[in-house]
Design a protein around this ligand. Structure first.
Ligand SMILES: Cc1ncc(COP(=O)(O)O)c(C=O)c1O
Length: 417
């Protein structure tokens, strides 16, 4: 087993540790090994686990249990709603053609923000390759979404708008209720990717008035491979996974009883979010003020706009994000340079670039994301370590530049080689 005694995890937007309540409940869910679709007694226990979990989630979000569709995670929920709406309209057109011999113009226009997770962004690009019209709503450096652009591009042709509730890299919160109302005024449906908001801020889906919302268990102290899509009653979308009659014919496949059961367990923890959010934001703000006053040439991206309480996206000029991440890792701190899904990819974060950061600024970015159990002491120790890491890397980089300049002048060249 890996020795993680002095390991401080500050990458909760990538994934979260499994909480004690889930660990305690897991063996019971695993023991319910029957197929939930079986009518005999082996199926009863898993069926009850799924029913109870659906009820707990619905209560937590103030919606109906019938509006919850279980998936394997956030990416599937996002793909499900976007492709499901597109195919629903395509099939409607095919049906019209068969019955009337004429085709009717369908809603074929889609929109998302410029900073969506790839599970939304790339799915919309896929729709574009299939003939859909797609518009990307700009987001500025402060994290604000361009509502004028949004309003002027919404039309009677718009089928679906997808805008995340909270950004995974900067924590920016978008005005979901307002944007959903604007979409509805044009007869369009509204989806929000709530994966990063789950467990970090209070969410009342019925008050937000969205048609669809995606969630993932592993971002809120549950196990991986579990998530769900909220689909408002009366909305229609084609299944992504065709198969059995599970999830009222909306998602085929034998249910992941363990993952679903654990989602029900964490749904009950949402009652403590407001209180947790307050204490996490206090610690995060303390961390930022120390970093800003004790390290030179640092900015916090989109700090002026409402944000998740746990997220801090820092630009430390002149220090490569990947090098900083590795140095911090060696000293026992886990952070991220951007979305975890793109780590190992040397390209700077597309979301930060879309917000107007330069390539250098994006490459000098570090994401610190706190969790429910992060303490002030851990953050004090992180800031001290970050200070020494940044000082060392900047000194090395200065020495390197100096050596390069000396070599260049010796050979009579310039830095632009
Ligand atoms: C905003 C957002 N949406 C979707 C996902 C994907 O969720 P999952 O890992 O459950 O597929 C992530 C994961 O990083 C995310 O941050």
């Amino acid at each position: 087993m890996t020795h993680m005694k002095s390991f401080i995890y500050l990458d909760h937007n990538a994934t979260t540790p499994v909480c004690g309540e889930v660990l305690e409940a897991l063996p019971g869910f695993a023991a319910a090994w029957g197929n939930p679709s079986s009518i005999h007694q082996a199926g009863r226990m898993p069926k009850n686990i799924i029913r109870d979990s659906r009820k707990a989630i619905a209560e937590s979000f103030k919606v109906s249990p019938l509006e919850i569709i279980f998936t394997v995670g956030g990416s599937e929920a996002n793909n499900f709603v976007i492709k499901g709406i597109f195919e629903f309209y395509q099939l409607e057109q095919i049906q019209k053609l068969k019955v009337n011999g004429t085709s009717k113009e369908i809603r074929n226009h889609y929109m998302c923000s410029a900073v969506e997770h790839p599970a939304v962004f790339k799915t919309l690009m896929y729709l574009k390759s299939m003939g859909a019209e797609v518009d990307i709503i700009p987001v500025n450096r402060r994290g604000e979404i361009d509502l004028e652009f949004y309003q002027s591009h919404l039309s009677e042709k718009t089928a679906l708008v997808s805008v995340m509730m909270a950004n995974n890299e900067t924590g920016t919160l978008f005005p979901i209720e307002q944007m959903a109302t604007m979409a509805h005024a044009r007869g369009a449906l509204f989806h929000t990717d709530a994966v990063q908001a789950f467990g970090k801020i209070e969410i009342n889906l019925s008050a937000l008035n969205v048609d669809f919302a995606s969630f993932s268990g592993h971002k809120f102290n549950s196990i991986k491979g579990s998530g769900f899509l909220f689909a408002k009653r009366g909305t229609q979308l084609n299944p992504l996974i065709h198969g059995g009659a599970q999830e009222r014919h909306r998602r085929g496949g034998t249910e992941n009883t363990m993952g679903i059961g654990c989602l029900g367990v964490v749904a009950k923890r949402t009652a403590f979010i407001a209180e947790k959010a307050k204490s996490i934001s206090k610690i995060r703000n303390h961390m930022e003020s120390r970093i800003l006053s004790e390290i030179s040439d640092v900015t916090v991206t989109a700090s002026e706009t409402p944000r998740l309480p746990n997220t801090s996206s820092l630009v430390l000029l002149g220090v490569d994000g990947e090098t900083m991440l590795m140095s911090l890792d060696l000293k026992g701190f886990a952070v991220s340079t951007g979305a975890a899904c793109s780590s190992g990819n040397p390209e700077p974060s597309p979301a930060l670039l879309a917000m107007g950061l330069s390539r250098d600024e994006a490459q000098n970015s570090l994401r610190v994301s706190l969790g429910w159990d992060t303490t002030l002491e851990q953050i004090e120790s992180f800031v001290e370590t970050l200070k020494s890491v940044v000082t060392r890397l900047r000194t090395l980089s200065d020495a390197d530049n100096c050596a390069t300049a000396q070599i260049c002048s010796a050979v009579g060249g310039s830095n632009h080689v």
